[in-house]
Design a protein. Structure first.
Length: 196
């Protein structure tokens, strides 16, 4: 479904309720496309034996300011010339809405578009798109949404593309289906992704 060329240099938002399939989708449909990646993992969803993972220290996980400072430090230390993709798990805590876009947020947008070693893909994984920085949602090239039914989340998606939030709210949590929206196109439903 997704190719490296089709994903290269893209800003991708993957959203959904807990248990809806978003992390499984990132692990099995997106990350296999990129051999050289790093995952900023706030909740230990990515086993280090299978993925290049930066695990956030447990003692700072409850403090959003420390999380943002920690992510800023990681971004300053990444050798961008040797990776193709960055995954930000629980992205709404790293790039929260209603705050000024942090420097690392602007840098992530820049590396996805204009990096001299070639554009990089950035995947923002979130349970709450309404709490994700508005610029991230508005600049996303691809939005993959699993079941969401919170009013603010549905409204945020409808603000991005008319009807997108309503389509996502109508999805079933049990079947792990999703809506894929590629900027400039009509949203379309994808069926449950079977992982073997």
């Amino acid at each position: 479904m997704f190719s490296k060329e089709g994903l290269r240099g893209r800003q991708i938002v993957v959203a959904g309720m807990r248990g809806s399939g978003k992390t499984t989708f990132v692990k099995h449909a997106l990350l296999p496309v990129f051999r050289r990646h790093i995952v900023y993992d706030l909740v230990e969803d990515y086993p280090p034996e299978n993925f290049t993972v930066y695990k956030v220290p447990r003692d700072i996980r409850a403090d959003n300011e420390q999380i943002k400072a920690n992510f800023d430090l990681l971004c300053s230390r990444i050798n961008w010339s040797v990776i193709d993709c960055v995954v930000v798990n629980e992205a709404n805590r790293v790039m929260p809405n209603r705050e000024k876009m942090p420097q690392y947020g602007r840098m992530l947008v820049d590396v996805s578009r204009h990096f001299e070693g070639g554009p990089k893909t950035v995947i923002y994984e979130t349970r709450r798109p309404a709490q994700l920085h508005t610029d991230v949602l508005e600049l996303a090239d691809i939005i993959v949404c699993f079941k969401l039914d919170g009013k603010n989340d549905v409204d945020a998606l409808n603000a991005r593309r008319t009807g997108l939030g309503d389509m996502v709210a109508a999805l079933s949590l049990d079947t792990h289906e999703a809506i894929v929206y590629i900027s400039g196109h009509h949203p379309r439903r994808i069926e449950a992704i079977q992982i073997r």
